[in-house]
Design a binder for this molecule. Structure first.
Ligand code: NAD
Length: 251
């Protein structure tokens, strides 16, 4: 689609699911791809499969985020693209939600985004070039779902963070944008159970779940040189899920 030859891309949470789809599309576009993930076994397997590289990463740990970016700079000389994709989505109703549930969600989804973007910006600024693509969600910024109030807050928070961060690096040749997936068939989504998946298929106008590569293609566009004049924006990739005004509007 877009030519990323000679570019170095770091994809967090790239061992599985959407991150792996992003890693695959970027690698196919010619980028040198580094998968950074807490799951070492899956990370190494996916890296081998895609002709990519693997580094251990825990996004909730600032030192780990700094070390990964430093290792990319050391081994590959530059960092052109960061896809900050890691996220978790365990469900928990408010009635039983503890501070620990809340903190775990935000430590990974929101604080992890801050840690990774801050670390990447430092390296990108030295070359005056960078593309950052955050994986947010429709859940939170646009829609809601019982059991996901903490998740929804983290995903909406990522967008608020992005808009101000985009302004801070606008004159440095660096753009920050976000993809907002709908329901994409990944290991994480599968864990929500068959009832949930059936409910979602019925709510999506195409009646199909998305694939990780669908998000990969959107991320690849925002990560390309050609998207240089787009910053602080969002791209919903959801098969039209947010469109219907009523269930009857779906054919
Ligand atoms: P997934 O669970 O299939 O994969 C997530 C990956 O992140 C795994 O490889 C996991 O090992 C890694 N990870 C988890 N904790 C980590 C940590 N602390 N440090 C580093 N890596 C860690 O999830 P997915 O469905 O591919 O979701 C990826 C992103 O897309 C998330 O940000 C999620 O919120 C977002 N999203 C997913 C969907 C969907 O339908 N699947 C929809 C909207 C948004």
């Amino acid at each position: 689609m877009f030519d990323l030859t000679g570019q170095v891309a770091l994809v967090t949470g790239g061992a599985k699911g959407i991150g792996k789809g992003i890693a695959r599309v970027l690698a196919n576009a010619g980028a040198t791809v580094i998968i950074a993930d807490i799951d070492e076994a899956a990370g190494k397997t996916s890296a081998k499969e895609l002709g990519a590289h693997y580094f251990y990463l825990d996004v909730s740990n600032q030192e780990s985020c700094k070390q990964v970016v430093a290792a990319v700079k050391r081994d590959f000389g530059q960092l052109d693209i960061l896809c900050s994709n890691t996220g978790i989505f365990p469900q928990c109703n408010l009635a039983t939600m503890t501070e620990q549930h809340w903190d775990e969600m935000h430590n990974i989804n929101l604080k992890g985004t801050f840690f990774m973007v801050q670390a990447a910006l430092e390296v990108m600024r030295t070359r005056g070039y960078g593309r950052i693509v955050i994986t947010s969600s429709i859940t939170g910024p646009v829609t809601g779902f019982p059991g996901w109030s903490h998740y929804a807050a983290s995903k909406a928070g990522q967008l608020g963070f992005m808009r101000s961060a985009a302004l801070e690096c606008a004159r440095d040749g660096i753009t920050i944008n976000a993809v907002m997936p709908g329901n994409i068939l990944t290991e994480g989504l599968q864990a929500q159970g068959e009832d949930y998946l059936a409910q979602m298929r019925a709510a999506i106008p195409t009646h199909t779940l998305g694939t990780p590569d669908d998000i990969g293609h959107a991320a690849c566009f925002l990560a390309s040189r050609e998207a240089r004049y787009i910053t602080g924006q969002t791209l919903i990739v959801d098969g039209g899920q947010i469109l219907p005004e009523s269930p009857e509007a779906i054919q």
